[in-house]
Design a protein around this ligand. Sequence first.
Ligand code: 5GP
Ligand code: MN
Length: 335
Amino acid sequence: MQLISEFYPLLKTPRNIVITMHQKPDGDAMGSTLGLYHFLHNSGHQVTVISPTNWADFLDWMPGVDKVLNFEANKEKCLALLDNAEILFCLDFNIFHRTKHLAPHLASAKAIKVLIDHHEQPDEVNFHYGISDTGKSSTCEMVYDFIMEAGGRDELTQDIATCIYTGTMTDTGSFRFPATKASVHRMIAELKDTGFDHTAVHNHVYDNFMESRLRFIGFALLNRMEVLYEYNTAIMYIHQADLQKYHIKTGDTEGLVNYLLTIKGIRFGAIVIDRTEERKWSFRSKGGFDVNQFARKHFEGGGHANASGGRSDESVEKTVEKFKQVIQAYKTQLQ
Ligand code: 5GP
Ligand code: MN
C-alpha cells in the first residue's frame, strides 16, 4: 500500500468513483463515506456510495443518504458501478470480509483501491494507496485530513461538516474517549465555521427512537444482564424472541453495550445478540484491557483496543458459556 499523499494527483481529472464501508454501517462509516462523497462530487467526479447492507434509521437523515445504494437490494446496479469504477475507496474497515457479500466483488474489482481507516491490523496488501491510523478518533477525522491535504479547506460545506461531525461524535462517545485529542476539537471548530447545526445532529442520532426501544433496554437491563464482579466484567445476551417482542430493528441495539460500563468498577462489557445468521458480539473496555486482541483470539473478530466485535455460530447459551470460560485466563489483567 502506497502513501495516500501519492494518490492525490490522480484526482486532478474527473473520475468514476465508488466509495464503500463496512456492513451495517455505523455513524462513522456513513459519515465518512458521505463526507468524502460530497467533497469529491463537488470537485466534479462521478461518485456513488455503496453500503454492503441496510443501515439504521438514526442515520437515515444524513445529507446524501438518499443516494446511497444498499448492495443487498441493488446487486446488479452496484456490480455494474463497481465494474465501471476507476477508483474504489474503502472507508472504516480494515479487511474485505467486513463487507459481507460485497467482499468477493471488492477483491476482484479492477479499480485502484484506496483505504482510509483506523482499525487495528489492516489488510494492507489488498490496497494500492491508503492510510491506516489507529490513533485517529474516527474515519471521519481521517476524511477531514484527506480533504485538507487534498487542498480542500475552502471546499468545506455544511453537508460535509454535518457528515464528518456525525461520525466523529458517534465514534468518540460524544467526544469523551481518549482518542478525542485537541486536534479533534480544532477540527470541530473548523467545521462549526460552516454554520452547520450540531444540536440537530445529536437529536437525529440519539433522540429519535420508538418507545419500544426504550422498553426493550429496560427489559434487557433487568432480565438479560449479568455482572461478574470478580472479573470487573458485565455481560448481556439478547435472544431472537427478545428482538421480535420489542420490534427491534437495525441500529436499535447500538450503544446498549455502553450501559455495562456505567457500573462502578466495571472495565469490560460484552453483549451478544442473536442475529439470525450468527451470534454477534460487541466488546467494550476501559483502560488497558485490549478487546481487539480478545475478539481476535476467541470470537473471530477484531476492531480497536477499547471497542471491538466478534461472532459465533453457536447458540447464545453456548457462546456465553464459552465467554465465561475464556475470561478466567484474564482475571489478573481485569483486576
Ligand atoms: P460494534 O460493537 O459497534 O459492532 O463494533 C465495534 C468496533 O469493532 C467497530 O469499530 C467495528 O468496526 C469493529 N468490529 C465489529 N465487529 C467486527 C468483526 O467481526 N471484525 C473486525 N475486524 N472488526 C469488527
Ligand atoms: Mn470508525
